[in-house]
Ligand binder design. Structure first.
Ligand code: NAD
Ligand code: ZN
Length: 366
C-alpha cells in the first residue's frame, strides 16, 4: 500500500491519500471511524459495486446512502440543493463524515455540497474512475457548472482523505479507462519524461491491476507535488491545464453538436494541438513533438479529431475559457517532454495552424 500526505499550507491541512488494491475493505483501519459522529455515503450509480463494498466495510445502513445518476449533467444547482436537503434530513453535524463514491462529477458535486454545508463538513473521496483517481479527487477543487460554463461555481477545500482502490475500476468501461489515461500521460508530459516513456510504451488497456497501482501512485505523486506548491492555481498548478485550452473547446463543441467525446479524448487531441503550438513558437523540438504524437497513439489515445470542427468555432470557444485573463488566452505549453511553462501568450496565426494540425488526417510536420 502506498500512502501520500497532501499537505496544504494555506489551511494547514494534511490529507492522506492511499493507493492499492482491496483498500475499501481496509476503510475501518484507514479512517478511524470512532472520530466521527455519523457517516453518510453519496454514490454514483455507475459505482454501485464500490458503494456496496464501502457500506459493508463501515456498516452504513441503506437509509444513510444517497444514489446519484453520475456524470456531468448532475453538476447543477438543483442537485446541490438535493444534497443539502439530504444532509439536513440525516441531521449531519460538524463531526459527521460524508463519503463520496464515484467519478469526478461526483467528487466535484458532493465535495462542494459537503464543503459548504455548515461551513464545511468533513468529506472523504473513494474515486471509482481512473480520471477521479489520478486527478479529480486530489487537490480539493470542487464545484458545479453554471450558465453553460464548466465549474463556474466552486470552492477549494481539502478532503480528509482519498482512498484509491484500483479494484474499483473493475466495472469501468474501456472508454472511461482510456479517458483517465489521457491525464496520466499529461502528468508525464508536464513533469516526468521517464514516466511519459513508460506509460506510452503500450496500449493503456494492457496494464494489469498491479501495474496500475504503480501508475496511479506515480500520477498521484505528481499531482500532490503540484497542489502542495500552488493550491489555488496562481502559478505552477497551471501546468495541469496543458491540453485543456484546446481540449475544453473540443469537449464543449462535441457536447453541443456530437459525436460524443470523453474528456480524455478531447484532452488528448488538445495535448497534441498545444504541443504543436509549443513547437511552432520554438519551445519544443520537432523530435519531442513527434514522440508525443507517436506516444499518445501507442497508448491508444487520439491526436486528431474524428470529425472536422470548424476552426472559427474552436477559436470562439477557446476565447470563452475560464482561464483567460483580461480577454487574453494564457497558454500552458511544453519546453520539452517533462517540463511545462505557463501564462504564454501566442499569436492568432499560430493558434490557427494548431487547429489545422488537429483536423482529421492532418499530417505531422517534418
Ligand atoms: N476537481 C478537480 O480537480 C477535477 C479535475 C479533473 C476533472 N474534474 C471533473 O471530473 C469530471 C470528470 O470525471 P470522470 O471522468 O470521472 O467522469 P464522471 O464522473 O462523469 O464518470 C464517468 C462515468 O463513469 C461512471 N462510473 C463511475 N465509476 C464507475 C465504475 N467504477 N464502474 C462503472 N461506471 C462508473 C459514472 O456513472 C459516469 O457515467 C468532470 O466534471 C471534471 O470537471 C475535476
Ligand atoms: Zn482534465
Amino acid at each position: 500500500m502506498y500512502t501520500l500526505d497532501v499537505n496544504v499550507a494555506r489551511t494547514e491541512s494534511h490529507s492522506p491519500l492511499w493507493v492499492d488494491r482491496g483498500l475499501i475493505e481496509k476503510l475501518p483501519e484507514l479512517i478511524s471511524p470512532s472520530k466521527y459522529s455519523s457517516f453518510v455515503v453519496v454514490a454514483d450509480a455507475g459505482a454501485s459495486k464500490a458503494k456496496d463494498r464501502v457500506c459493508a466495510a463501515l456498516s452504513v445502513p441503506p437509509t444513510r446512502v444517497l444514489s446519484l445518476t453520475g456524470g456531468e449533467s448532475q453538476k447543477n444547482v438543483n442537485e446541490l440543493i438535493h444534497l443539502w436537503e439530504f444532509f439536513a434530513e440525516q441531521k449531519l453535524d460538524r463531526k459527521s463524515l460524508v463519503i463520496t463514491v464515484g467519478g469526478g462529477a461526483t467528487s466535484d458535486l458532493v465535495g462542494f455540497a459537503a464543503g459548504t454545508y455548515m461551513r464545511g463538513v468533513a468529506f472523504l473521496h473513494v474515486p471509482s474512475t481512473l480520471l477521479a483517481q489520478v486527478d479529480a479527487s486530489i487537490g480539493g477543487k470542487a464545484g458545479i457548472n453554471f450558465h453553460g460554463i464548466k465549474n463556474l461555481i466552486g470552492s477549494i477545500a481539502q478532503p480528509v482523505g482519498v482512498v484509491i482502490d484500483i479494484d474499483a475500476l473493475e466495472t469501468l468501461p474501456e472508454r472511461e479507462i482510456r479517458s483517465g489515461f489521457a491525464e496520466v500521460v499529461k502528468h508525464g508530459l508536464i513533469s516526468d519524461r521517464a514516466y511519459f516513456d513508460k506509460v506510452t510504451a503500450r496500449d493503456c488497456m494492457r496494464w494489469t491491476p498491479d501495474e496500475m497501482v504503480e501508475i496511479v501512485h506515480r500520477s498521484c505523486e505528481i499531482k500532490k507535488a503540484i497542489v502542495e506548491c500552488d493550491e489555488t492555481e496562481q502559478g505552477p498548478r497551471k501546468a495541469l491545464n496543458f491540453g485543456h485550452s484546446i481540449g475544453h473547446a473540443i469537449e464543449s463543441f462535441a457536447l453541443a453538436h456530437g459525436p460524443a467525446l470523453t474528456h480524455g479524448e478531447a484532452i488528448s487531441i488538445g495535448m497534441y494541438g498545444e504541443a504543436y503550438i509549443s513547437y511552432r513558437v520554438g519551445k519544443l523540438s520537432l523530435a519531442d513533438l513527434t514522440t508525443i504524437d507517436t506516444g499518445l497513439t501507442a497508448a491508444g489515445l487520439p491526436t486528431r479529431l474524428l470529425k472536422s470542427i470548424p476552426a472559427g468555432e474552436l477559436r470562439a470557444l477557446i476565447s470563452k475559457d475560464k482561464k483567460n485573463v483580461g480577454g487574453q488566452v494564457k497558454w500552458t505549453l511544453l519546453e520539452r517532454i517533462g517540463s511545462a511553462v505557463f501564462d504564454v501568450v501566442i499569436s492568432e496565426d499560430v493558434i490557427g495552424e494548431s487547429l489545422a494540425a488537429i483536423q482529421p488526417g492532418a499530417t505531422h510536420p517534418c
